[in-house]
Every structure is written in C-alpha cells, then in structure tokens.
Design a binder for this molecule. Sequence first.
Ligand SMILES: Nc1nc2c(c(=O)[nH]1)N[C@H]1C(S)=C(S)[C@@H](COP(=O)(O)OP(=O)(O)OC[C@H]3O[C@@H](n4cnc5c(N)ncnc54)[C@H](O)[C@@H]3O)O[C@H]1N2
Ligand code: MOO
Length: 401
Amino acid sequence: MELISVNDAHDIIDHQRRDFGVERIPTVAALGRTLAEDVRADRDLPPFDRVTMDGIAICFKKARLSEAFHLQATQAAGEPPCILQSADQCIEVMTGAVLPVGTDTVVPYEWLQIESQLVHILTPAKVIESQNIHFKGKDARQHDLLIKMDTPVTASVIQVLAAVGKRDVLVYKLPKVILLSTGDELVDIADVPKDYQIRRSSNYALVAQLQQYGINTVQKHLVDEETIIQQAIADALQAYDIVLLTGGVSKGKFDFIPFALEQAGVQNLFHGVRQRPGKPFWFGVHPAGALVFAFPGNPVSTQLCVQRYLLPWLQAHVGRKPVVMRYAKLREEVTFEPALDYFLQVTLATDDQGQTWATPCRGNGSGDFANLIHADAFLALPAAQSAFKTGDVFPYWLIHS
Ligand SMILES: Nc1nc2c(c(=O)[nH]1)N[C@H]1C(S)=C(S)[C@@H](COP(=O)(O)OP(=O)(O)OC[C@H]3O[C@@H](n4cnc5c(N)ncnc54)[C@H](O)[C@@H]3O)O[C@H]1N2
Ligand code: MOO
C-alpha cells in the first residue's frame, strides 16, 4: 500500500467536482438545506405602519397632551385602518394593528387613565412623537434582497421565506448516498450481541452527520462474503452518487473491499494516507460518476476521515461555504514518532486573551469511540515533526460539526 500525504489525499478528493443541480422543495422541508436562489421582499417590511403597543393612537402634531381625549373607535389588528376625526379624539389601538389614518403616535395603556370614554395621559411630558410605531418599510423595501443564495436554511431563514410568501424554495440538490458496512462481528442497534460481537455504531454516527445536511443515507450491512460484497457494490454504483463503506480496507483475510471495488470498475485514486488514525483509507471513482469513500473500520478512524475529507467535500457540493481553517495552541508537550500526520483528539478552551488552547484528550486509540464524546477537535500535528511543544500552533478539525 503506497501511502500518500494528507494534503494530497485532500486535493485528490477536492478535484472530484460534481454538479447535483438544484430543486424546488416545500419551505417547511428545507431546514438544513442551502438556498440556491436570492430571497427578496415581496413588499415593504413591515408592510404598513404597525402599532407596537396596546394603547391609544393620537395626532401628536395637533393634540394637546394635557387635555382629555375622547375615545372615537377601536382599531384591532387585522382590520382596515380607522380615520381619526379630530385632534381632541383618540383611537384605541392593539399591537399589530395598522396605525389609524391621521394619527402619528401611540401612548400605551400604562400611561393612561380611561373613564367613560375620556382618556387622560398621566405623563404627557414623556410622550415622544412617533413612539411605538414600526414604520412601513423600516426593515426592508419591496424587492430588497433579504437573504443571499448559498445561505444555509435555518429556522430564521424559514421565517423570512414564510413572511414573503414563499411556499416553495430553490435549494441545491443533495447527492444520493448509500453506506455499506462490513464486518461479521457487527450486529444491528436493536440486536443483543454475543460476547464476541459488537453493535455497529459508526453507521449511525455517519447517518446522523449527513442528516445535518438533509441527506437521508441508505444503510446496508454486508456479510463478509466476496460475491455478496461485489454484488452490493455493483448495485450501489448504479444507483447512488456517493458510496460510503466502513471496514474491510486493511490487511485482514476478510478485507475484501479494495479488491471488490476494483473488480466493480472503481478506479483507485489512493489507498493509504500518512495519518493516524485512518491510515488504510481508500478513495476512488467509478467511470459512471459515483465517488467511493471506503473508510477504515476503527470508529475513530472512520470519524477522522469523515470530518477531514468527506464533510469538506460535501460542504462545497451542497452550496455551503468552505470549512474555514482554525488554529489552536497546544497546551502540553506531545511526542509522536511515526512519520504520519497525527490527528490528536483535544478539548478546546479560549483564554482571556482570546487565544484558543488545545488540551490532549487521547483516549485508547482508534477503537475508543466513546472518547469522542469528550473531545472537541482533532488537532493536526504534521508528520515532519515528532516533538510538539507547549504553545506551538496547529490547525484543528472540529469533531461535532
Ligand atoms: N496487519 C495490519 N493490520 C491492520 C492495519 C495494518 O496496516 N496492517 N491497519 C490497522 C488500522 S490503522 C485500522 S484503522 C484497521 C482498519 O481495518 P479495516 O478497515 O479492515 O476495518 P475492520 O477490520 O473491518 O474493523 C476494524 C475495527 O473497527 C470495528 N468496526 C468496523 N466497522 C464498524 C462499525 N460500523 N461500527 C462500529 N465498529 C466498527 C471492527 O469491529 C473492528 O474492531 O485495521 C488495522 N489493522
Ligand atoms: O488508522 Mo488506524 O486508524 O490507526 O486505527
């Protein structure tokens, strides 16, 4: 197995560009997707002068604030605007109502005394012209750009889409992804494992990670039998844009995956990266277009490869901004001899100078998936060095992104 560098592995994957197109979907189903169109205001925001406090509306310009006002009418939210008849009158207004014609100021109930249709303002000196009105067009004018394309759809984005009447929205299409897991020691989440078996857990982590992008990954577990694996791979390559595999890529007697992939016509672009964890990572492309990420089985290795290679690639393909490189200072000395990039599990903390510090939180190797709960990131320590000093700065990859 000819090992390549982490950067070369990244570049090889990055070069594999695919266009999955765009699609129009219901806004209610768009959470987590990425906008493929600009969103503009269909009318002014707010669309009318909106009352923001329950109370009375008066004409400040003409009124005498120290004298009583006659209650003329009540203006409820959702009703067309009343018209103020004269400056010694007022209209009761409710939050969300349109400001009555001829009024320009709202005085809240808390500042009033109301007795048999006569209203006194208790603190006339406090009243300021135009108070408690959210004026038409204050937030945005009709046709203004409210949200740029390429913005991830959050609850706030959905709120704006709803406000401008977009029942459907154009988003980037997601790739179709299948996850084929291998390993006869693995049983399903619902099964009770025998003493020498374990539940497959990486599958669920991976499915959850892709779910954050809105991708519904199909899962299939394969028994370690060459013909079954070969058939499943061949079927997956026809129907999916991305085929993910876990396990079976190192040197064991039942590690059929690299052979099976090549038999299926997948071009091997690399097998083995100078890194720990995740050294036996295999990546290739099928002539019909599918990409194949075959992750080493150890759960931390799978995770590292997902975070370091799959998610950045995906990020660029669902319209998201590229992952921004972040850096942290090493809190304590670390020694790592092998000529491999070492992705050290760390916790992160920011000090009062605004500097981020990475404290090692190693765990027990690449089988110790429970340790990932405690770690915040993989700190990337380069292969060229073996002694890493306190205070040295290195890039990191967030684990829970
Ligand atoms: N002679 C050598 N042996 C190994 C080498 C090597 O270079 N020479 N590399 C080691 C490294 S590094 C890794 S990483 C593993 C990767 O091996 P495989 O990809 O073949 O993975 P498996 O053997 O199938 O599984 C490894 C380990 O992970 C557990 N596993 C697998 N899938 C899942 C899953 N979906 N959920 C939870 N756990 C999973 C599996 O039970 C094994 O314990 O090889 C080393 N060996
Ligand atoms: O990559 Mo293996 O991931 O060193 O256990």
